[in-house]
Ligand binder design. Structure first.
Ligand code: S3P
Length: 446
C-alpha cells in the first residue's frame, strides 16, 4: 500500500479536465455489449471499476477494445445474447458493476459466478437479488445475500412492477437491464428520483422506455422488453463526483481559482453544487451544452467563506457520493452543518458515516454521529490535522481527507492511495497541477 500525505496548500490555480463519469462509463460498456452493431465510447473512465466491468462483459462474449483513435469500440452481442462465462467474474471494489451485471446475467439462461474485494464482499446484494428473484432468477449467495454468489438465469423472466424500497439507481438499473430480455413491460417505481443515466442511455440506444410522474410524485419507469438495442457513439462527460474534490479544494484554499472543464451536470447528480452555493461558495457554470444525452458545463470556483447549514434528507439521492467531501467543506465553514438522511452511507465502499466522523475527530474537529445523520461543528478554516486516516478500501474517503489536508496546519496522511484508482486515476497528479502539496510516501514504508 502506498500512503499519501497532504500538506497545507494555497493559491490553487489552473484549468483541468476530470476523469470520465463512472456511472456513465459502466452503462456505456454494458449497453454497448447488449446492442447490435458497433458502439464507440469516447472519454471512458479507465479506472479499476470500469476495467472490471469490461472484463466481465468480455467473459460474457462481447468484443471490447481500445483502438488507435483513443476510443473504446464494442461489438455487441444483442439483448439475450450472452455466453456463459468460464470463470468467476471478479468485480473488485465496484458495487455498480456487480449490481448492474447481476441484472444482465439473470436475464440470460446461463449460470455465472460473481465475487469482489473485501469491501464489496461486505455490501448488501439482497436489494438486487430480491426483485430479480421475483422475475424468476435464482441465486446462491453467502448468508444475508453477500458475495461471492452464483446467478442462475431461467429460460425466460417474468416482468415485474416494483416500487424501490430504497432510493438506489443501481437497483433500478439492475431491474431495467433484466427487463431488456423479458417479455412484456417491466415497471420500476421510485418515490425519490435517483440518477437517471440508465434511462437516458436506454433511450439513446433505441429501447422503448417511458418515464411518468404520478399524483404522489413517484417516478414510473416503464420498459418494453425484447426489443433490440442499436450501437451508438457515446461521449462520456467528466464525473461530477470526481470534480467535487478539486472543486471543494479550490473553494477552501486561500487565493485560489480553478476551472474544471466538461463536467456532467445532470441535476440528479448535482446536489453538492447547490448546497455549496447555499453555504456561500463563489461558483460559476459556463458553456452549458447538452452532450450526447447528458448536460455538460465548465465549473469555475474560487476561494470562498462558507457558512454551515442544515442539509435536508430530501437532497441525499442527488448527492449521495458527495457527503464525505461535503463534511470536509463543513469542517472548514463557520457554524454548524447538519446532514440528514444518511443511512445509505453506511453501506457504501466503507461505512462512510463512521469513517468521516472518526477521521474528522482525529483531525481535531467536533462532530456528532447518529444512525443516519452527521453534525459537523465548523472551525472557520482552522484545521489541526496531524492524523493518519484508514481509508478502508474507500476511494472517496481517501480523496476527502487529502482535500482536508490541504487546509490543515499539520499534514494528513491516508494509509492507502491505491484505492483512489477505482474512480479517479491521476487524482494526485491533477491536484498537483493546480498547486496542491500532495506526496506519495516511499514505497514499501507501509
Ligand atoms: C451509482 C449509484 C449510487 C452511487 C454509486 C453509483 C450508479 O449507488 O452511490 O456510486 O452508477 O448507479 P446506489 O444505487 O446504491 O445509491
Amino acid at each position: 500500500m502506498t500512503s499519501i500525505t497532504a500538506n497545507l496548500s494555497t493559491n490553487l490555480t489552473g484549468s483541468i479536465t476530470i476523469a470520465g463519469d463512472k456511472s456513465i462509463s459502466h452503462r456505456s460498456i454494458i449497453l454497448g455489449a447488449l446492442s447490435i452493431g458497433e458502439t464507440t465510447v469516447d472519454g471512458l473512465l479507465e479506472s479499476q471499476d470500469i476495467l472490471a466491468t469490461i472484463s466481465a462483459m468480455q467473459a460474457f462474449g462481447a468484443e471490447i477494445e481500445k483502438k488507435a483513435d483513443n476510443k473504446w469500440h464494442i461489438y455487441g452481442l444483442g439483448v439475450g445474447g450472452l455466453d456463459e462465462p468460464n470463470k468467476v467474474l471478479d468485480l473488485g471494489n465496484s458495487g455498480t458493476g456487480v449490481r448492474l451485471l447481476l441484472g444482465v446475467a439473470a436475464s440470460n439462461p446461463i449460470t455465472s459466478f460473481f465475487s469482489g474485494d473485501e469491501s464489496l464482499s461486505r455490501r448488501p446484494m439482497a436489494r438486487v437479488l430480491k426483485p430479480l428473484e421475483m422475475m424468476g432468477a435464482n441465486f446462491m449467495s453467502r448468508t444475508g445475500g453477500l458475495l461471492p454468489l452464483a446467478c442462475i438465469g431461467p429460460q425466460t423472466l417474468q416482468p415485474i412492477d416494483y416500487l424501490l424500497p430504497v432510493a438506489s439507481a443501481q437497483v433500478k438499473s439492475a431491474i431495467l437491464l433484466a427487463g431488456l430480455n423479458t417479455p412484456g413491460k417491466t415497471i420500476v417505481r421510485e418515490s425519490t428520483p435517483t440518477r437517471d443515466h440508465t434511462e437516458r442511455m436506454l433511450k439513446q440506444f433505441g429501447s422503448e422506455i417511458s418515464i411518468e410522474t404520478d399524483e404522489k410524485s413517484q417516478n414510473i419507469i416503464t420498459l418494453k422488453g425484447e426489443s433490440e438495442l442499436t450501437g451508438q457513439d457515446i461521449v462520456v462527460p467528466g464525473d461530477p463526483s470526481s470534480a467535487a474534490f478539486p472543486m471543494v479544494a479550490g473553494i477552501l484554499a486561500e487565493d485560489s481559482r480553478i476551472k474544471i472543464k466538461n463536467v456532467g451536470i445532470n441535476p440528479l447528480r448535482f446536489g453538492l453544487f447547490e448546497i455549496l452555493n447555499e453555504m456561500g461558495a463563489k461558483t460559476e457554470l459556463i458553456q452549458k451544452y447538452d452532450g450526447v444525452g447528458e448536460p455538460i458545463a465548465d465549473i469555475v470556483v474560487e476561494t470562498s467563506k462558507l457558512k454551515g447549514m442544515t442539509v435536508p434528507a430530501s437532497i441525499a439521492p442527488r448527492m449521495i457520493d458527495e457527503y464525505p467531501i461535503l463534511a470536509v467543506a463543513a469542517a472548514c465553514a463557520s457554524g454548524t452543518t447538519r446532514m440528514l438522511g444518511l443511512q445509505e452511507l453506511r453501506v457504501k465502499e466503507s461505512d462512510r458515516l463512521a469513517a468521516m466522523a472518526n477521521g474528522l475527530k482525529a483531525c481535531g474537529i467536533t462532530v456528532e454521529e447518529t444512525s443516519d445523520s452527521l453534525t459537523v461543528h465548523g472551525t472557520g478554516g482552522q484545521i489541526e490535522g496531524g492524523a493518519r486516516i484508514q481509508t478502508q478500501l474507500d476511494h472517496r474517503i481517501a480523496m476527502s481527507f487529502l482535500t482536508l489536508g490541504l487546509k490543515a496546519k499539520n499534514p494528513i496522511i491516508i494509509d492507502n492511495g491505491t484505492t483512489i484508482n477505482t474512480s479517479f486515476p491521476g487524482f494526485v497528479e491533477t491536484m498537483k497541477s493546480l498547486g496542491a502539496n500532495l506526496n506519495f510516501s516511499d514505497k514499501g514504508k507501509d
